[in-house]
Design a protein around this ligand. Structure first.
Ligand code: DX5
Ligand code: ZN
Length: 220
C-alpha cells in the first residue's frame, strides 16, 4: 500500500508559511492538506481562496482541499481556479452528493468524500464508486490539536473492507489527532493517507515528516 503524508497547514505558523511548506515538501510529504472552514458547517473560520492561490504557485505538493463548508458546490469552480487538486466534501453538507461529486470530477479535480465521527459509515457507501478518496474524520471537524476518537478506527476498517469487496481503487485518508501512536492504529485499520497538523507543525516540520515516514516504513 502506498502511504501518503498530508501535513495540514491549519496548525502552521501563518507568518512563516513559505518556509514551513518548503520544509515539509523537502522532507518528502506528498500532499498539503488545506482546511477550509466557514463558521456555519463548523464553529470556526480558517482561510480560503486567496491563500490557496498564493500557495499553489509556490509548491509542488498536491493540494488536498478539505471543505468544511455548507453547500460546498457553490465554490467548486473557485477552488478549481485557485489550484485545488483533491477536493473533499462532507456527506453531511451536500444537498445532492452524487451530482456534486460528478461536478468535481467534471471540473478536473479528484473527488473525495468525508464523514464526521457521528455519521454512520454506510452514508458514504453509495458514493464510493464516484471518488478516489474517502476521508474518515477522526476528530470533530473544526479545529486542530484534538484527541483521536477511538470509535472511528472501526469506520476506517469498514471503508477499506467495502472498497476491497467492491474492487474499488480508493485511498482511505484519516484526519485528526494523528500522532506516533494513532498513525499505526489507523494504518493497521486500512488507512493509507495521513493528515497531520499539530503533530508536524507544532514541532520541527522537516524532522516531524521524516519521523512519520520512518514509522510508516515499518508498517509496510
Ligand atoms: C480539523 C481538520 C484537521 C486538523 C488536523 O477540522 O480537518 O485537518 O487540521 O489537525 P491535527 O492533526 O492537529 O488533529
Ligand atoms: Zn482536514
Amino acid at each position: 500500500m502506498n502511504f501518503i503524508l498530508a501535513p495540514s497547514i491549519l496548525s502552521a505558523d501563518f507568518l512563516d508559511l513559505r518556509s514551513e511548506i518548503k520544509a515539509v515538501e523537502e522532507a518528502g510529504a506528498q500532499y498539503l492538506h488545506f482546511d477550509v472552514m466557514d463558521g456555519m458547517f463548523v464553529p470556526n473560520i480558517s482561510f480560503g481562496i486567496p491563500v490557496l492561490k498564493c500557495i499553489k504557485g509556490n509548491t509542488n505538493l498536491k493540494l488536498d482541499v478539505h471543505l468544511m463548508i455548507e453547500d460546498p458546490s457553490r465554490y467548486f469552480e473557485k477552488f478549481k481556479e485557485a489550484g485545488a487538486e483533491i477536493l473533499t466534501v462532507h456527506v453531511e453538507a451536500m444537498k445532492d452528493a452524487r451530482a456534486d461529486l460528478l461536478k468535481i470530477k467534471e471540473l478536473g479535480m479528484i473527488p473525495s468524500i468525508t464523514l464526521s465521527p457521528d455519521t454512520d459509515v454506510k452514508e458514504v457507501f453509495p458514493y464510493m464508486d464516484l471518488v478516489k478518496q474517502v476521508l474518515v474524520m477522526t476528530v470533530e471537524p473544526g479545529a486542530g490539536a484534538q484527541p483521536y476518537i477511538d470509535k472511528c478506527t472501526d469506520k476506517i476498517k469498514a471503508i477499506r473492507e467495502e472498497a476491497v469487496r467492491r474492487g474499488l481503487d480508493i485511498d482511505v485518508e484519516v484526519d485528526g489527532g494523528i500522532n506516533e501512536k494513532t498513525i499505526i492504529t489507523a494504518a493497521k485499520a486500512g488507512a493509507n493517507v495521513f493528515v497531520m497538523g499539530s503533530s508536524i507543525f507544532n514541532g520541527k516540520p522537516f524532522e516531524s515528516v521524516k519521523k512519520y515516514e520512518e514509522i510508516l516504513k515499518a508498517e509496510k
